[in-house]
Design a protein around this ligand. Structure first.
Ligand SMILES: O=P(O)(O)OC[C@H]1O[C@](O)(COP(=O)(O)O)[C@@H](O)[C@@H]1O
Ligand SMILES: [Mg+2]
Ligand SMILES: [Mg+2]
Length: 319
């Protein structure tokens, strides 16, 4: 069986990027080990601070952020990092070639109930002579050279693209390695499963309300087929389900806080997931455009997200 290093060795991935990926995934294994200790290590609960986006941080948000930051800053190939849990970008090595944006712990409200969480990462190639600035980081998602996530579920899994399809690896704790368990993952174009936080229904636009209402009417409605609904409450878990068995995921704009374009973050959540979905034959859009075409204007920018089975994303956009 092939493991992550075999797959990277047989690819055209540049050596410096291989190193960045290895440092990232090794650190995710450390995060996974910390998560396994849970309450025993006194690492659950609130950290007592808010991040720059006004969200309360959990201890594990801070711990996983610090672990990734420390490991990546020490990697000479890294030029800068940006994290959901950092106020500003953090310049690393001026000679480094890679920018890494990450959500160190996605779905952190799941931590206290021992449910699925993950780390999402997005990597860009960008060199320069001076320490990196936020402006250097504002690159369209279609320029990502790699993207992926590590899912901390019943098993720890790495899902990765370097622009040549999507591979899934399962962590083998006995031999300390990620083993390739699904290659060239593909998402079926049609689906009968959707994921959305229904409690926000009254805040959605009329178009999203009509689309979801038609799904819920099933066989008796205009779609003439029954739909099932699932919601992991961690984007990483919902996207993983779609990559494994299809579906569509929506976190649309809503008027709960009309100043926010959406809940999810472009650089840490939407872009890496959009690259994975497109590489697997799916689609990823906001209400108006392909996510990977968005020109970011701020590192913590939020966007609406509609992603998954290609025909279902098109159907939703047709409303
Ligand atoms: O509170 P809701 O509406 O269920 O939101 C769930 C969404 O929020 C998120 O948890 C946000 O991620 P963080 O935990 O990294 O802040 C997504 O993973 C998930 O899809
Ligand atoms: Mg998140
Ligand atoms: Mg997070």
């Amino acid at each position: 069986m092939q493991n992550l290093s075999d797959v990277l060795a047989s690819s055209t991935t540049p050596d410096a990027l291989k190193t960045v990926l290895t440092v990232t995934t090794d650190t995710c294994v450390d995060i996974s080990n910390a998560l396994k200790q849970g309450s025993l290590a006194g690492i659950l609960g609130m950290a007592g601070n808010e991040n720059v986006q006004g969200e309360e941080q959990k201890k594990l948000d801070v711990i996983s952020n610090d672990m990734l930051k420390e490991a990546l800053m020490a990697c000479p190939a890294v030029r800068a990092i940006a994290s959901e849990e950092e106020d500003y970008i953090v310049p690393a090595n001026t000679d480094g070639e890679y920018f890494i944006a990450f959500d160190p712990l996605d779905g952190s409200s799941n931590i206290d109930i021992n449910a699925m969480v993950g780390t999402i990462f997005s990597i860009y190639h960008n060199t320069g002579d001076a320490p990196a600035t936020e402006a250097d980081f504002l690159i369209q998602g279609k320029e990502q050279v790699a993207a992926g996530y590590v899912l901390y579920g019943p098993s720890t899994m790495l899902v990765l693209t370097t622009g040549n399809g999507v591979n899934m690896f399962t962590y083998d704790p006995i031999n300390s390695r990620f083993v390739l368990t699904h290659d060239n993952v593909q998402v079926a174009k049609e689906t009968q499963e959707f994921a959305i936080n229904m409690s926000n229904q009254r805040f959605w636009s009329n178009k999203i309300q009509s689309y979801v209402s038609d799904l819920v009417q099933g066989k008796e409605g205009p779609r003439d087929k029954n739909f099932n609904m699932r919601w992991v409450a961690a984007m990483v878990g919902d996207v993983h389900r779609i990559l494994c068995r299809g579906g569509v995921f929506l976190y649309p704009w809503d008027n709960k806080d009309p100043s926010k374009a959406g809940k999810l973050r472009l650089m840490y959540e939407a872009n890496p997931m959009a690259m994975l979905l497109e590489q697997a034959g799916g689609k990823a859009h906001t209400h108006t455009q392909r996510i990977l075409d968005i020109q970011p204007d701020a590192i913590h920018q939020r966007v609406a997200v509609i992603l998954g089975a290609a025909n279902e994303v098109d159907k939703c956009l047709s409303y």
